[in-house]
Design a protein. Structure first.
Lengths: 292, 212
């Protein structure tokens, strides 16, 4: 069900400038090179001064989602409506070729059975009745009986929280247990931002750092949410007020089983997230995880 | 005074008589009252007996319109290039075997774009492709036709999608994708534009002859 997304065309401004810088090195224009480097230097200087004054540690987290594989079941009302609409459409529809053929064959059989049947009166049909339409239909019925569809939902797989195949009708979000400060918390996989990389690259690094090798497609360069955490005064180190976590959305590309089955990873639906996440964190995450 | 009054009286009575006569004549033959301004040109005044003759005429007052020309061949709309903050012209292509699903999904995407303020340049359908599924007969080498599958394609062309809105848009699209419908988002190119038209082999042959 994962659809192939087209490659994104735009890149962040910073990367564009860096591209320009790289190409300018090869070019002869000294002026170009110098302006690009000046731009870059001023940017870096600005960022250095900004970071020196900013008391927040920046982190990027990835919200890895597995999209639904099968369609969701209908409500009772939806099911009733669906049945009614199908019934109405069936009653209003015109007979198909196959049904017309069935009627014709039935008619011809009836006429054959009659006493005053004259085969010469019959309209010339060459090669008639090798395969009656009814026989075709019986053959198709047999084929359908021998077809075993896979079960839509398996109760044992649904209960296994670490499996990516559970709850095929809903979207699942990946949660990892990570060390934050002194305690281990369940949260979206995150890592600290390093200098010289974009936040999206940090999020990609966070995804790669997981023990299970998941391949994902990031949906864009813009973060979808942010969570601010102020450290309590007791353990507040100088120059650090707290952390800001930026969330990036990604779609799981393949559903291959993870290589490390013992990793502390969970696949949860939106309703189950509440049991594992802290309330303040949950409030922020709740805003961008679509419950569609 | 008296002769004046008498004259006035006489003239009034005469006028009344004339009016009465005219009235009676008109009532007796109502068919003559139809004005014939449709057949006459605007420059001729039609003298008919009723003073209100031609009271409803208005088309002669309108300015002269040039005769309607046939619609000319539309030039191609310019393909936008991607900027730092927005994508250029993107093609959202839907394809599938079930036409109702594909059509409804296209309408859903179009309405979603309208709601989110994304500009939809065009929304069109590409020709349907028929695929014949042939099965090999169990005893024998001949293949026989088992089914005919029709692939329907719809395209929604979207202009200048904001790069910050794009992830949200894509996610909604992916989560609402119905089963059996393939979604692909690509940049719009001239080749895509030309693929909508039918190839004209005679014209191409003549052009090749001219160019040779």
């Amino acid at each position: 069900m994962a659809a192939p997304c087209g490659r994104m065309a735009s890149r962040p401004l910073f990367q564009l400038l860096s591209c320009f810088n790289r190409t300018a090195v090869g070019n002869a224009g000294i002026r170009q090179f110098s302006t690009a480097s000046v731009c870059r230097a001023t940017l870096q200087a600005k960022s250095v001064t900004e970071r020196a004054s900013s008391p927040w540690t920046l982190m990027a987290a990835v919200c890895l989602q597995r999209l639904p594989v099968i369609s969701a079941d209908c409500n009772p009302i939806e099911q009733q409506f669906k049945d009614m609409i199908l019934q109405m459409e069936l009653e209003k529809s015109v007979l198909s070729d196959h049904e017309l053929q069935l009627l014709e064959d039935a008619e011809r059989m009836r006429r054959k059975q009659a006493d005053d049947y004259d085969s010469d009166e019959e309209e010339g049909r060459d090669g008639q009745e090798i395969m009656l339409a009814q026989d075709l239909e019986d053959a198709w019925e047999q084929k359908l009986k021998s077809f075993q569809p896979a079960p839509r939902a398996r109760a044992d797989v649904d209960k296994d929280l670490t499996s990516a195949q559970r709850c095929l009708a809903e979207t699942l979000v990946l949660l990892a247990e990570q060390q934050v400060g002194k305690e281990k918390l369940w949260l979206l996989p995150q890592t600290q931002w390093q200098e010289g990389e974009t936040l999206r690259q940090t999020a990609e690094r966070a995804l790669d750092s997981l023990p299970a090798g998941y391949k994902a497609t990031f949906l864009g360069n813009a973060p979808c949410g942010v969570y601010k955490y102020k450290l309590p005064k007791a353990i507040r180190i100088e120059n650090t007020v707290g952390t800001k976590v930026f969330f990036f959305k990604a779609i799981l590309s393949d559903s291959a089983p993870p290589k490390a089955p013992k990793a502390p990873l969970l696949w949860l639906t939106k309703s189950e997230l509440q049991r594992y996440l802290k309330p303040a964190y949950m409030m922020k995450v709740d805003r961008f995880v679509l419950g569609v | 005074m008296n002769p004046v009054l008498r004259k006035l009286q006489v003239s009034v009575t005469q006028q009344v008589l004339v009016l009465n006569q005219a009235f009676t004549s008109c009532r007796a033959t109502p068919s003559i009252r139809h004005p014939i301004w449709c057949t006459a040109s605007a420059n001729e005044r039609q003298y008919r007996s009723m003073p209100t003759h031609g009271i409803g005429r208005w088309r002669y007052l309108l300015p002269k319109q040039a005769p309607k020309k046939r619609r000319e061949k539309q030039p191609m709309k310019p393909i936008l290039a991607a900027t730092d903050t927005a994508y250029g012209s993107l093609n959202v292509k839907l394809s599938g075997y079930d036409m109702t699903l594909v059509e409804h999904y296209t309408q859903y995407i179009h309405n979603l774009c309208n709601r989110l303020g994304i500009r939809v340049a065009e929304s069109y359908a590409l020709p349907t492709k028929s695929t014949e599924v042939m099965l090999m007969q169990e005893k024998g080498t001949k293949m026989y036709v088992d089914a005919v599958l029709k692939t329907h394609e719809r395209v929604v062309q979207v202009n200048s999608l904001n790069a910050a809105l794009c992830p949200v848009f894509m996610e909604v699209l992916l989560k609402n994708q119905p089963e059996g419908v393939q979604l692909s988002v690509k940049e719009h190119t001239e080749a895509d534009y030309h693929s909508r038209f039918k190839a004209r082999p005679e014209l191409e042959g003549l052009m090749a002859q001219i160019n040779q």
